[in-house]
Design a protein around this ligand. Structure first.
Ligand SMILES: NC(=O)c1ccc[n+]([C@@H]2O[C@H](COP(=O)([O-])OP(=O)(O)OC[C@H]3O[C@@H](n4cnc5c(N)ncnc54)[C@H](OP(=O)(O)O)[C@@H]3O)[C@@H](O)[C@H]2O)c1
Length: 316
């Protein structure tokens, strides 16, 4: 009997890599769609690699032909226009709609789609609004779906948690926006992949808040990470504008966007928090303890990942 073919976006990136590993371990044939065709490939000949060519729906569909499940991780973190790379949420919405259309043409039976906690079509934040629009489009597409809504992912290739640790290592104090009481529920990236692969086998339409077992206030998260890596810094409340401009200066030095105004607003509006039961089992505090010697040693740069399409995220 021939093996099932599953399609994963971004198998050389972050969550897509963990999903791919799990699928290959289960004996599934995997194809990836990516625009980082030359990025370090940890799977070698075991996967087939195709361009994530949004300009040509027919060729996108062709690369999915014969596939049964599509795992979509594609999205952009913020709007950015630079000399070497530009991307924005509106374009990401358009591109994803094309991906769904191509999946339909290709006869894909199930889409496991990555969204975000608390998406809303009425949100003033383009990240949360765009994700809500895409959820609606997927639901209307007639293709069976599992919509996974993580708050924050953590793991070796992570940005947010790693960079909090990096700042704790580098600076004598840590400033949180306002009182730091807004909450977040990080999930381990491989727990997330486990849920994605499990949902790839089902055909029931579901929406799952993919959150981890621990809920932190932002301030408490910073405190716990500081304790774990042995860098307990005074945590002070600062106004949003000061946090934003500090991020801007640090970002200029590092050639990255550390945090956007929209991300600060999303955090402070408790959009990375839900009332749902945990879906993941790995505790961030335990994982951080196991990884304390490497957590935050190196800054993780979003823009480096976009500019350098060859090295693995961990090496950037
Ligand atoms: N990371 C988190 O903490 C977090 C939290 C909540 C929700 N999510 C959601 O989880 C999903 C996967 O996130 P991830 O962190 O695992 O992402 P990722 O692996 O870095 O990227 C996933 C895919 O999106 C593409 N991509 C990312 N940024 C892009 C850009 N600026 N321009 C063009 N293509 C871009 C990548 O393209 P290439 O393959 O071409 O490189 C890859 O195919 C996303 O939908 C995200 O919204 C993530």
């Amino acid at each position: 009997m021939s093996r099932e073919i599953h399609i994963v976006t971004g198998a050389f990136g972050y969550s897509g890599k963990y999903i791919t590993k799990r699928l290959l371990d289960e004996g599934v044939e995997v194809r990836t769609l990516t625009n980082s065709l030359n990025r370090e490939n940890p799977f070698g000949e075991k996967i087939k690699v195709y361009p994530l060519n949004f300009e040509n729906i027919q060729s996108l569909a062709k690369s999915m032909e014969g596939g049964t499940v599509l795992y979509n991780t594609y999205w952009v973190r913020f709007n950015y226009s630079g000399k070497r790379v530009s991307f924005n949420h509106d374009e990401a919405v358009e591109n994803t709609l094309r991906l769904f259309e191509a999946a339909k043409i290709a006869g894909i039976k199930r889409i496991v789609h990555t969204s975000i906690t608390n998406p809303s079509e009425d949100s003033p934040l383009p990240y949360f609004r765009g994700k809500a629009l895409l959820e609606g489009a997927l639901i209307d597409s007639g293709i069976s779906y599992a919509i996974l809504r993580p708050a924050v992912l953590f793991g070796r290739e992570d940005i947010l948690i790693n960079n909090i640790a990096w700042m704790l290592r580098k600076f004598p104090v840590f400033g949180v926006f306002g009182d730091g009481s807004y909450r977040l529920q990080p999930i381990y990236v491989d727990d997330f992949a486990e849920i994605a692969v499990r949902e790839g086998k089902r055909r029931e339409n579901v929406i799952i808040d993919a959150i981890g077992p621990e809920t932190f206030t932002f301030k408490d998260l910073v405190k716990r990470i500081g304790e774990i890596i042995g860098k307990e810094r005074p945590i002070i409340s600062i106004p949003d504008w000061l946090g934003y401009y500090t991020g801007l200066v640090v970002g200029k030095i590092l050639g990255d966007v550390v945090i956007t105004r929209e991300e600060i607003a999303g955090l402070k509006s408790n959009l990375l928090y839900t009332n749902s039961q945990p879906a993941g089992k790995t505790k961030l505090t335990e994982w951080a303890r196991e990884n304390k010697d490497r957590l935050g040693i190196k800054y993780s740069s979003e823009l480096k990942r976009r500019r350098d399409r060859e090295r693995s995220y961990e090496k950037l």
